[in-house]
Each structure stands twice: as structure tokens, then as C-alpha cells.
Write a protein of this length. Structure first.
Length: 293
């Protein structure tokens, strides 16, 4: 069936939300559809509402205005079908838990006996680990894993509850470039079977690897990834951006970028002439870490 005529996985209609006590809008009249097999990146400045939007999709927050449905229902009713990897997921390294123990936590909502997991749940957790190519780590203490390995385990935990939608908040933050490439390939494989929504400050990453991009700064506009330009990003961030050409030796894990990479200021002035494609380097730096690998 043509995806364009199927029901959306997520639909937000004119959603506004502000935190108490003053309820100043963090999200202002946001409308957004997430389609089956969508691979959507959400970008925008700090405080622009990205994490708030994910919490509304999860049903952890309710909008003051507008409506939101997930799988055609209120989000809280289908939360068990949403896999979520938060930005600062904390795993206490002092707890003697194995990788399998951590992934089994994703089955809590499906286990009538709480943490007493039976064979069905163990098999589901192992299947999730195989999906992220980390089943060989099942017996390893979680404290011994690298950052990239931990991120795979957290994704497996999100998948273990038979997730039909995957939300990730800054999944590549703090991950070295080699591990980031592996995670990127993993997400592409997962996207073959379920929709993914990914929050990131790395504009080059989302514009290179994702299908659509939502620019969120209280208000939201969606674009195909190939439509992203420095001028569009400058408008979304309400600031200037610097297109950058990163050298091969550029240490991507170093936000200082000390590799003498070239940049050119691009401001939000709509009258400014855009650089030609040949003159515009591929990366864009808006003060956050925004690099093309």
C-alpha cells in the first residue's frame, strides 16, 4: 500500500505546551506527522523543545492545546509499544548487572511478575541483543563496556518490549567516530522494520543519513533531508552558521576542531547571496557540534 495513504504512526495537531508556573510556550502550534518507516531527525537549539516533544509523544507530558495520537490512540495508552533511549541514560556501574540483566529491564511492562523474568522474556531480550549485534555481550558486566557498546545495549533495552516505534535523544553524543559509523549502520537496518525519530545537534549527520528533518525552535517545520541549507539552519537557530570543510585528520570527538578546518560565516539575513554549491563546504557549525564525518 502507498505509504502516503496509510495512517500516520504519530500525529500532532496544533500542539502547544509550556512548563508551570508561567506556561511560557516551549512548543507553539506544532503539527507533525510521523509515517510508517519514517526516519526523522529533530534539530534545533537548546531550549527549542526537542526533548519536550519526545516526552509528549511518549505521553509523559500532556499538551495544553492541540492533540496527539500514537498508533491512533492517546500516547499513554500505547507507551509500551514505544522504545525510548534518553540522552543521559544512567547505568550505575557499581551494580553487578550483566548486559542481559539491563536489556531485560525493557520487558518490565510485559512481565506479570515484575523482575522475575521467565524464558519468554529472556528469549525476547536475546533477540533484541541480536538485532543490535551485541548478543555476544550478554554475559558481560555492564560496567566493562565502551560507550558505543553501552549505546547498543540501551537500544536493545528499548527494543526488548517489542517496540513498534523507536525514539532516540542524542544517540551519538559521546561516541567516537568509528562507533558512530557502526551505530549509523545499525539504525539504518532497524529502520527497515520500524519508524525512528532521532534528536541530534549534528546537522550534518541527520542531513546525510536521515530521510526527513524537523527544525524545532518552539515552532516546527519539516523538510526533506536534501533540502537542508545553511540559510534554513540559520533561520531555525535564529543565529548565524558557519559552513565548514573538515580535513581528513579532523578529530571529530574534539569540539574545538583544531585541524585548521575552513569555514565561512553565513547569516540569517534573507538578502544575503547564497554561496554556490561548489563554494559551500558540506558541514555546518552553529555552536553545537555539527560535523560531517
Amino acid at each position: 500500500m502507498d505509504q502516503s495513504v496509510t495512517n500516520p504512526i504519530v500525529e500532532l495537531s496544533h500542539v502547544s505546551f509550556g512548563y508551570p508556573p508561567h506556561h511560557i510556550p516551549v512548543l507553539d502550534d506544532v503539527s507533525l506527522r510521523i509515517e510508517p518507516r519514517d526516519f526523522l531527525g529533530i534539530i534545533g537549539p537548546n531550549g527549542g523543545g526537542k526533548s519536550t516533544l519526545l516526552k509528549i509523544i511518549l505521553g509523559l507530558l500532556k499538551p495544553q492545546w492541540g492533540s496527539v495520537t500514537v498508533f491512533g490512540q492517546p500516547p499513554a495508552h500505547v507507551r509500551s509499544q514505544i522504545g525510548y533511549v534518553p540522552q543521559h541514560a544512567h547505568i550505575d556501574s557499581s551494580v553487578p548487572a550483566s548486559v542481559l540483566d539491563v536489556v531485560l529491564m525493557g520487558r518490565l511492562s510485559r512481565s506479570p511478575w515484575g523482575v522475575a523474568f521467565g524464558r519468554v522474556h529472556t528469549e525476547a531480550a536475546m533477540y533484541a541483543l541480536r538485532q543490535v549485534e551485541a548478543d555476544d555481550l550478554a554475559k558481560r558486566p555492564i560496567a566493562t563496556l565502551s560507550g558505543g557498546q553501552r549505546q547498543r545495549v540501551l537500544i536493545a533495552r528499548a527494543l526488548a518490549g517489542d517496540a513498534k516505534l523507536l525514539l532516540l535523544d542524542e544517540p551519538t553524543a559521546g561516541v567516537d567516530p568509528n562507533m558512530e559509523r557502526g551505530l549509523t549502520n545499525l539504525l539504518h537496518r532497524l529502520n527497515e522494520t520500524l519508524p525512528i525519530v532521532l534528536v541530534s545537534h549534528d546537522i550534518s549527520f541527520v542531513s546525510t543519513h536521515l530521510k526527513r528533518i524537523a527544525c524545532l525552535n518552539r515552532k516546527c517545520t519539516c523538510h526533506e533531508a536534501h533540502e537542508v541549507s545553511p540559510e534554513l539552519i540559520a533561520h531555525a537557530y535564529h543565529d548565524h552558521v558557519r559552513p565548514m570543510q573538515h580535513a581528513d585528520q579532523c578529530p571529530l570527538s574534539d569540539p574545538g576542531c583544531d585541524s585548521q578546518c575552513a569555514h565561512e560565516d553565513v547569516h540569517r539575513d534573507p538578502t544575503q547571496q547564497s554561496a554556490s554549491p561548489a563554494e559551500t563546504p558540506p558541514g555546518m557549525d552553529t555552536g553545537d557540534r555539527i560535523l560531517r564525518p
